[in-house]
Design a protein around this ligand. Structure first.
Ligand code: PGA
Length: 228
């Protein structure tokens, strides 16, 4: 059975109330039944990445329904340092136990100055705190730090533009990472929608999608999971 990841990257959107509304719509009875029915045929893993301030409310909400809702939380980034006088940073120590995953090296953060050296340290910090890093890469030339098992291929020109890469090219990139870099799972991200998701998911080497804009609406994101 092919493992498929569906990651909702909310970026700098939503406060606690908006998150609860999203959860209530997304985890409808019919969706929960659908996910449980699917378990026998597809291994679909849903990961939601809210902004930092609402992570603990998200975690508490989800743990209340743990048996019913098969979903994990992820952070959108992590500090490259362990602790200390670094105003504003959110460390692996703080995130440990709260999230199972963390996005590292998103192009929007690289554009703000995040370097490959910092990204390598972030992967180390995630690993040291039992958090699985999901490394965002922009091309086959993006360096892959040791300890990376999951990669999300996100070409910059496809993010938020409505112009996704072709599934065939994304598949070639995924094949490269799996064959040449020993990556276990490769996802695609960049203008994923309910109408194109299946074309990516059906590709041999792709294991899911990282969704930005289309994950903000619970009905659209649930359609993406169903139509994959
Ligand atoms: P998008 O963003 O789905 O809005 O293109 C994807 C991402 O940045 O992870």
């Amino acid at each position: 059975m092919k493992k498929l990841f569906f990651i909702a990257n909310w970026k700098a959107n939503k406060n606690t109330q908006e998150m609860y509304s999203w959860f209530i719509s997304f985890f409808s009875q019919s969706f929960i039944e659908y996910i449980h029915a699917e378990e026998n045929t597809h291994d679909k893993k849903i990961i939601i990445c809210p902004p930092f301030p609402i992570l603990s409310d998200a975690s508490e909400y989800l743990s209340r329904y743990k048996a019913k809702i098969p979903v994990s939380l992820g952070a959108q980034t992590i500090a490259s340092i362990d602790s200390g006088a670094y105003t504003g940073e959110v460390t692996g120590h703080m995130l440990e136990g709260l999230v199972r995953y963390v996005l590292i090296g998103h192009s929007e953060r690289r554009q703000l100055g995040e370097t490959d050296a910092e990204i390598e340290k972030k992967v180390e910090q995630a690993r040291a705190h039992n958090i699985e890093p999901i490394l965002c890469v922009q091309s086959i030339h993006t360096p892959i730090p040791a300890g990376t098992h999951i990669v999300a291929y996100e070409p910059v020109e496809s993010i938020g533009t409505g112009s996704p890469d072709t599934p065939e090219h994304a598949n070639e990139v995924a094949e490269y990472f799996k064959e040449e870099k020993n990556i276990l799972y490769v996802l695609y991200g960049g203008s994923v929608s309910k109408s194109n998701v299946h074309n990516f998911i059906k590709m041999e080497y792709l294991n899911g999608v990282l969704v930005g804009g289309a994950s903000l609406d619970p009905d659209t994101f649930s359609d993406i999971v169903r139509k994959a």
